[in-house]
Design a protein around this ligand. Structure first.
Ligand SMILES: [Zn+2]
Length: 313
């Protein structure tokens, strides 16, 4: 088997991670730096002058202007968590490293919390990853394909009639050598021109050259000022064509992850966050050590929805 420098890169080992984020104070420092990179700012009045009080071992910032007290984690994804930050950070580490996914059940065992707690942590972190993924657009050459979660072939083209099936656009941008750069997996209401037009305007940069197998709706990418090239597939399936090699390779990886780690989940409810979390890891595969640190920052900055919203999706 060929040596793949991406797969064999050093990354960040667990001992290295613990050296950086193994104590409550180190994690607290990281949250502080991520949320207020230029120093604490009062969320009520915008003032910077403050003093630090301590409550249950955690810093509490008191604004000298309006006297509002703000905890280190208030309004963040960690919220009013009773859990030590070290457990949250370990969960972030494990989820960032799990190329083939990590179920809430495994997370429960690794960090020693109840299943409902592990499930919520898992979903909150995935939501932060998926939200971050919505902030960038694909540019240059972009292969697209129509795919489904929960069909006969997860991420592939199923027959009709399956329930719990979610259509999504699989898109991958390529560099000038034809190698993959970034993916986006986006659930859509269906493969209609209207849905693809909306998708393209939110997810593609102006001037992208989109390559599709000619499914009529993909012509709507021109609404986003992109060009559209059609490869007529005929009797062959797109997965057999070299032009669609990368989009199909990544869909295959997604299928492996879903069938290995998760078996089945409420696709209709949670598709966006599972797909977003997969894309988050894929898009940062060139620098696995940096991925951990970036995920720490993205999770710390994410303003989480309350638990009942996370459960309902
Ligand atoms: Zn204030």
């Amino acid at each position: 088997m060929a040596y793949n420098p991406i797969q064999f890169q050093h990354g960040m080992s667990l001992p290295e991670f613990l050296q950086s984020f193994g104590t409550e104070s180190a994690c607290g420092e990281a949250v502080l730096r991520a949320r207020w990179p230029d120093g604490f700012v009062c969320p009520r009045c915008g003032g910077c002058a403050h003093c630090i009080l301590f409550s249950v071992g955690r810093p509490l910032f008191q604004c000298l202007g309006c006297h509002r007290q703000t905890s280190l984690t208030a309004g963040s994804l960690f919220g009013s968590t009773k859990l030590p930050l070290t457990k949250w950070f370990l969960a972030i580490y494990l989820l960032s490293q799990a190329k083939t996914g990590l179920s809430a059940l495994e997370l429960k065992r690794h960090i020693g919390v109840s299943y409902p707690t592990a499930w919520l942590m898992h979903h909150k972190i995935m939501t932060a990853m998926a939200t971050r993924e919505t902030q960038h657009r694909l540019s240059g050459t972009v292969q697209v394909d129509d795919a489904y979660l929960g069909g006969e072939r997860a991420g592939g083209k199923p027959g009709r009639g399956s329930e719990n099936k979610v259509p999504f656009v699989a898109a991958i941008s390529l560099n000038d050598d034809g190698n993959p750069l970034y993916v986006k997996f986006t659930p859509v209401p269906g493969f209609t021109s209207q849905a693809i037009s909306l998708w393209a305007r939110a997810n593609l940069a102006v001037g992208a050259n989109v390559l599709s197998d000619g499914l009529a709706c993909f012509a709507a990418v021109i609404d986003a000022e992109c060009t559209h090239t059609v490869e007529v597939v005929g009797q062959r399936k797109p997965r057999d064509l070299p032009q669609f090699k990368w989009v199909n390779t990544v869909l295959g990886n997604l299928k492996t992850m879903l069938s290995g780690a998760y078996k089945a989940f409420g696709y209709a409810k949670y598709a966006e966050r599972y797909l977003g979390a997969f894309a988050y890891r894929f898009n940062r595969r060139f620098n696995l050590a940096d991925l951990v640190v970036r995920l720490v920052v993205d999770v710390c900055r994410y303003r989480a929805a309350p638990a009942h919203v996370i459960r309902q999706a």
